[in-house]
Design a protein. Structure first.
Length: 152
C-alpha cells in the first residue's frame, strides 16, 4: 500500500508545473528558515559574528576592507531576509483571513459581505470603516450591544 501512495505522489509531482514546484519548495525553505533564523540561537550567532568582527578591528587597523566586510555581509543578509519574512507574513495573513472568513460564514447573523475584505478597494474599506464607526458611536450612546445593531 505504501508503494502505491509513493507512486501516486510521484505522478502528482510530474503533473504539476515548474512554478508550482518552485513555489512549494520556497514555501518549505522559508518556513524552516524563519523558524531557525527567528530563534535565540540565531540572534546569539549574529551577535557573536559582530563581536568577532569588532575585536578584529585593531588587527586590521580598522581599514576600509574591514568595514566593507561587515557592511556587505549585513546588506546581503538583510536583502535575503526581506523575501523570507514577506513570504511567511503573506502566508500567515492569508491563513488568518481564511479562518476569519470561516467564522463569519459560520456565525448566524454575521454579514457575509465582510468575507474577503482584503480584496476591497481603499475607498470601499473607508466606507466600511465609517459604517463601523457610526455603529460604535450609536452603541455607546444607546448602551446597546453592537452585535445586534444593523449597519447604517
Amino acid at each position: 500500500m505504501r508503494a502505491t501512495q509513493t507512486e501516486k505522489l510521484k505522478e502528482h509531482e510530474e503533473q504539476r508545473d515548474f512554478f508550482c514546484v518552485v513555489s512549494d519548495a520556497f514555501r518549505v525553505f522559508a518556513r524552516r528558515s524563519s523558524a531557525i533564523l527567528g530563534s535565540a540561537w540565531a540572534f546569539t550567532g549574529a551577535l557573536f559574528i559582530i563581536v568577532v568582527w569588532a575585536v578584529t578591528g585593531p588587527t586590521f587597523h580598522f581599514s576600509d576592507t574591514w568595514q566593507l566586510i561587515i557592511n556587505t555581509g549585513t546588506t546581503i543578509v538583510t536583502f535575503l531576509m526581506v523575501f523570507l519574512i514577506q513570504n511567511t507574513q503573506n502566508r500567515d495573513a492569508k491563513a488568518v483571513h481564511l479562518k476569519l472568513d470561516e467564522i463569519i460564514r459560520a456565525v448566524k447573523g454575521a454579514r457575509n459581505e465582510l468575507v474577503d475584505l482584503e480584496n476591497l478597494s481603499d475607498e470601499d474599506l473607508k466606507k466600511l470603516e465609517g459604517q463601523f464607526k457610526r455603529l460604535r458611536e450609536r452603541a455607546e450612546l444607546d448602551g446597546t450591544n453592537m452585535r445586534h445593531v444593523e449597519p447604517a
